[in-house]
Design a protein around this ligand. Structure first.
Ligand code: SAH
Length: 243
């Protein structure tokens, strides 16, 4: 039996947003590896071993997948959203580099990332140039987060923020809002999209002047418009043109 490793994105939550390609890979898998809540989304069946693990053990997961693959297993590493967006695809390649053995048969299967599902449900806030920033300082210094944030705002990008606020770093999102107000002024629109495509979905758009840190948590992706982003009825959109 020839082993392979697929790194698959399960989308933001709704089963209808899992691609046919990902479903096919899961149906062929012998092993599924990933963070506990993501592995919980995979239905158990005969011949499939589930390997749920806790947060922050990405390199261990990669090493485990490589070892299983070498024994002939068909391994799917699951991520939420898209596996290439602040998720397991890069972690697997980091693991392959550390391993230094022959490169296994790898496929990366895209998924719908949180910012795109959130943008669709809000309207089209990312309809012009935009960027995505991970606000966690787990893997990079906070100074770099703040620098990128400030420069992106100065460049008038619309922005999507992942991992905006956790209990272990409550002040950083407050600082994020402060930097945004300095660079964009109080009237810029900001959308808090929580648990998008799940039954608990909540999407709230306010001005930066009205935004408070408590509006975000770790299940929220935050979208900030550019200087032309506006409301129309219940929708928020960014026009395709910039002057
Ligand atoms: N690979 C994932 C992102 C992982 S980082 C993706 O492509 O979506 C985890 C962060 O993603 C969370 O802190 C949150 O900011 C965002 N996120 C993931 N799923 C979400 C959802 N259903 N609704 C809102 N934000 C979500």
């Amino acid at each position: 039996m020839t082993g392979w490793i697929a790194v698959a994105g399960l989308g933001p939550g709704d089963e209808g947003m899992v691609t046919a390609e990902v479903r096919e890979a899961l149906s062929q898998a012998t092993d599924v590896i990933g963070y506990i809540p993501y592995v919980a989304r995979v239905a158990p069946r005969n011949g499939l071993t589930l390997h749920p693990t806790d947060n922050r053990v990405e390199l261990d997961r990669a090493a485990h997948a490589i070892a299983l693959c070498r024994q002939g297993a068909r391994v799917v590493i699951v991520s939420s959203g898209d596996p290439g967006v602040f998720a397991m695809a890069s972690a697997l390649f980091e693991g392959v580099e550390v391993d230094a053995g022959p490169i296994p048969d790898i496929r990366i299967l895209p998924g719908i990332t949180a910012m795109l599902a959130a943008a669709a449900h809000a309207g089209a806030p990312l309809g012009h140039d935009f960027c995505a920033i991970n606000l966690s300082d787990n893997l990079k210094p906070w100074d770099l987060v703040e620098k990128r944030l400030r420069l992106a705002a100065q460049a008038d990008f619309a922005m999507a923020f992942y991992n905006p606020r956790s209990k272990s770093r409550p002040h950083q999102f407050e600082r994020t809002l402060q930097v945004l107000r300095e660079e964009c002024g109080p009237d810029r629109l900001i959308t808090f999209a929580r648990a998008v495509t799940t039954p608990e979905e909540r999407i709230t758009t306010v001005s930066l002047g009205e935004a408070t840190p408590e509006m975000a948590d770790m299940r929220t992706v935050v979208l900030v418009g550019n200087s032309a982003t506006r409301r129309i009825g219940k929708w928020v959109y960014t026009p395709r043109r910039a002057d």
